[in-house]
Design a protein around this ligand. Structure first.
Ligand SMILES: NC(=O)c1ccc[n+]([C@@H]2O[C@H](COP(=O)([O-])OP(=O)(O)OC[C@H]3O[C@@H](n4cnc5c(N)ncnc54)[C@H](OP(=O)(O)O)[C@@H]3O)[C@@H](O)[C@H]2O)c1
Length: 279
């Protein structure tokens, strides 16, 4: 497993398991445990996924079977928009910890910027407080555009380590990617497989044949070649194993460029400039 390094010197595994739309319960617990036993060291959940309890159980189960310590894992959760504002963030963080049955998170993220800039800044100050008081190892954001990040850098002190955004071959976000690189903020892809839609793309299938890997492995490897962190979701044991089995091959520059060229600026999720949590 490769790690990326944040601007604060901490590191994060380049591949993790995403658990969005995985119902709280045995299936979620089993997926998380299966991932850890099969080499995953990073899990991405959120308060709003309503599965932190079974993610926590899966973490315990996985640690036991893989014979590893909590410090070997990198656990992420996210702050929802309802918990924005002074006095709310630490409570929300503690509730997530309680559900996960953990003492700390490796990464706590603002889930969306929302449409109230002042509230977003106030909320980031609360995130900074958690970080400066050593309650959380790293803080970051999701779904921030360049303008959100600019406002943050003008008004706050601690730079986010990461920005988790929708990213797949039909949405390559080149301008944002260059901006993040210039500011040493890691880019992380959500819905890297475009919710499985990208697996039917002819170019992806063609490249999969060329390298003798599956379409999912090609897309995940393309994330790695691009220096991103990625968190493909699966509850299927074979796919969980398949999605991390991407370190025994590489894509040529030409293949990477063929995938980059598939961009259509096509989103499957909400527009970060407009989303306020209500849909
Ligand atoms: N920050 C945000 O706002 C935000 C938004 C969306 C998602 N996320 C994060 O990003 C993670 C991933 O995104 P996502 O869940 O939307 O979608 P995704 O990872 O792009 O795709 C998941 C879908 O692909 C299928 N799949 C996975 N591996 C496969 C393989 N090897 N072959 C064929 N099909 C495969 C899964 O099916 P099975 O599960 O049935 O195997 C599932 O239907 C989420 O779980 C969440 O952690 C964050």
């Amino acid at each position: 497993m490769k790690n990326v390094e944040f601007h604060n010197g901490n590191t994060m595994p380049q591949i993790g398991l995403g658990v969005f739309r995985v119902e709280d319960g045995e299936g979620c617990k089993d997926a998380v445990a299966h991932a850890i036993v099969n080499g995953y060291r990073s899990i991405d959940t959120a308060m709003i996924y309503k599965n932190e309890e079974s993610v926590g159980e899966g973490i315990k189960e996985g640690m036991k079977h893989a014979d590893i310590e909590r410090s070997d894992l990198f656990i992420t959760s996210k702050l929802w928009l309802d918990d924005f504002g002074r006095g709310n963030v630490e409570d929300a963080y503690n509730t997530s910890l309680e559900k996960l049955d953990l003492d700390y998170l490796d990464l706590y993220l603002i889930h969306w910027p929302g449409t109230d800039e002042e509230l977003m800044i106030e909320t980031w100050h609360e995130m900074e407080h958690l970080y400066n008081n050593d309650k959380v190892k790293n803080i970051g954001v999701n779904n921030f555009n360049i303008s959100h990040l600019e406002r943050l850098s003008q008004k706050t002190d601690v730079k986010p380590v990461i920005n988790q955004v929708e990213f797949h071959p039909y949405l390559v976000q080149s301008e944002l990617k260059l901006y993040l690189e210039s500011r040493k903020i890691i880019m992380e892809s959500w819905s890297p497989l475009m919710n499985a839609q990208i697996l039917d793309d002819e170019t992806i299938k063609e490249i999969a044949q060329e390298v003798n890997k599956t379409p999912a492995q090609v897309v995940i490897r393309w994330n790695i070649e691009n220096g991103l962190v990625t968190i493909p979701k699966s509850v299927t044991p074979e796919r969980i194993e398949e999605n991390i089995d991407v370190f025994d091959f590489s894509l040529s520059d030409a293949q990477v460029n063929r995938i980059n060229a598939l961009n259509k600026d096509q989103r499957i999720g909400s527009d970060p400039a407009k989303f306020n949590g209500k849909k």
